[in-house]
Design a protein around this ligand. Sequence first.
Ligand code: PLP
Length: 391
Amino acid sequence: MSDARWNIDTRLIHAGDPRPGIDGAVVTPIFQSANFEHAGDGAYDDVRYIRLNNTPNHDALAAKLAAVGGAEAAIVTASGMAAITTAILSTVGAGDHILFSRHLYGGTRSFVEDELPRLGVAFDLIDPEKPDDWAALVRPETRAVYVETISNPTMRIPDLEAVVALGRDRELVTMIDNTFASPINFRPAEIGFDLVLHSGTKYLNGHSDIVAGAVLGRGDLIDDLRHRLNLLGGSLDPHACFLLGRGMATLGLRVRRQNETALALAELLDDRPEVTGVNYPGLPAHPGHAHASRLFGGYGGMLSFELAGGLDAADRFMSALHIPISAPSLGGVHSLVTRPATTSHAGMPPEDRRAVGVTDGLIRLSVGIESAADLTADIEQALDASLRPAG
Ligand code: PLP
């Protein structure tokens, strides 16, 4: 059930779950059954089967996601990449053209550059902060425009309202990867985006213990996408649906805490002489600050920065940390630290990496929900250690 007047925190707990609960259960139980009894009529997509994304756990979770994101409908997928690839393949086909932000998650970028040309789909990359340049790239066969709310790892923010306006003017499907913001900080469907994609692995689940994805958006587009997902097979297991729903219950508490701590750490880093630059939309000098302040509920839990001592200092800093774990991925309760040049952007040629601001010494921090005081003390001692040559 859901009520449109409810605050997002109430929707996160109650939306989608049947009331009264099944056999009185407060939490929707896990329906770990691949198939369900069937009367033998209806369409293929109506047969109840895990791959067809229609078990009670899929239905409850999809309804919760749609309510939380302010969207007409939603669908759950086996990973963020399943959400992204299925959504793109549902929107474009051979002979079509699509515009992508040039700041893309590495997996998405590989799919776009390596797979779309093989399928006969043409694309152009746009600078997401320069809307005046976009219209010239729209062709009669352009079907969609795709951006990310906050880009990895430099936290750039597109002119989001201009993307929606371009979509309306030129009849393009507007698509956005909202993983970094989460529905707590920004709900793109509410300003008119057609399809909103999430890696559920990150903030939505928030505990670094499953891989999942979701697409939220216009009902007609989600219907198309569901049919394609049923054929492509990227469905989430019911147990993982249950875990994702459980993780989402605390999304508001986690993300607001992460927003607060990340802002405090970004300000701390910005004041330190060993740090030459900090990428965080909450800092007034960040190019997306005004935009984020107007549209977002918070600036997020992700930041990146560069040390004056370059790569060696970055290595010393990372090895001196006691709390953040050196691991890829983001958005969970544990703070995580990476060097994007060796993780998320390792597959990119060095010159392309540098063009999107990923230098070899850049450090990315995904802020968890540990004590802000403990994280501050740990980062301060690691900055001190970054100045001491090994020996
Ligand atoms: N989108 C963004 C912004 C990501 O950071 C990631 C993964 O890091 C993905 C999508 C892909 O998600 P998944 O690993 O769940 O497939």
